[in-house]
Design a protein around this ligand. Sequence first.
Ligand code: PLP
Length: 379
Amino acid sequence: MSEWSEILDYLERSGLRRRPVTIDGPQGPRVHIGDREFLCFCSNNYLDLANHPDLIDAATDAARRYGTGTGASRLVSGSMTVHHKLEEAVARLKRTDAALLFPTGYMANLGTIPALVGRGDTIFCDRLNHASVFDGCRLASATLRVYPHRDADALDHLLRRERGGRTLVVTDSVFSMDGDLAPLPDLLEVCERHGATLMIDEAHATGVMGATGRGAAEHFGIEPGRIPVLMGTLSKAVGSIGGYVAGSTDLIDLLLNRARSFIYTTAPPPPACAAAAAGLRLIQAEPQRRTALWERTRQLHDGLRRLGLDIGPSQTPITPVIVGDARAALALAQKLLERGILAPAIRPPTVPEGSARIRITPMATHTTDDVAALLDAIA
Ligand SMILES: Cc1ncc(COP(=O)(O)O)c(C=O)c1O
């Protein structure tokens, strides 16, 4: 018995204890656990770039040219050509003046929000934003107001009562656990009317949404530059790791000077940055990957609906099968595993109490037979 066993026992009894599975081999539509192969339906490697030869070659070349580590933070001696090239590539995709890299998307949110607002200011945050957005809000000394999910009218109402100080509105563009979309045109209109700054988290939209993969802002036809703060990650559709913020040169300069998770951490490793740059190239050069991902998504959504299952408000590849009870979700995940499908249960606190689920994400390289096998297993 350690001093922690009571908490661990409680988590176990409530069906909330977590244990990672160990994948032996690359991330793809199929993965190996031990000596068995599984269909993987839970990865954010949407376009299957994390094991693409171009990314592997780029990472290998960068390791040879720059080494594996950077040895210092970006503001000391850690900034290398590979970081600048990647920042330029992000800015080109997002069609902004500039971009800034962070080691992860989590750290981008953690550093950016407190750099933009402080005491006397107010943050408005969607109730279902990602944990990293909430953690960024908590680190800022601004007042935090949480508005109802996707509710631009409620936001308008709250902003009307606001007096003085800066106002920052933060929303995921694609919500990570329900796969629904923030009403970006409405939110933008409300923000512009009230002089509030809109920041969007495009973690699950970049590479997935919009004709060129620019994200949900492109999907909605919002002109580049109108949303002042575009945050995202290189760890999902882009196939590597790293977070970024894209925007005006002043915004980027401010973050470089103020974002603590940029300043007080070692610069990201060159191989990961070079791989991400190769991923960004493929996102734009091979739109057929995006098309395939959406075809599999439609097949999945239609199939689950035909089975009479509750997939919530999903409008994107992120597809929740909502079970409710955490232990029931665990049991379903276990049954799927026995049938050769990896799609773990997502439980509180990642999702609200009583809404435990299997979160299914197809990949561009899943076949129609793969999706049919998943539907069959769920049925
Ligand atoms: C909406 C959202 N924002 C931020 C992150 C954090 O990104 P990263 O994994 O690069 O830290 C994630 C997921 O991990 C996410 O789903």
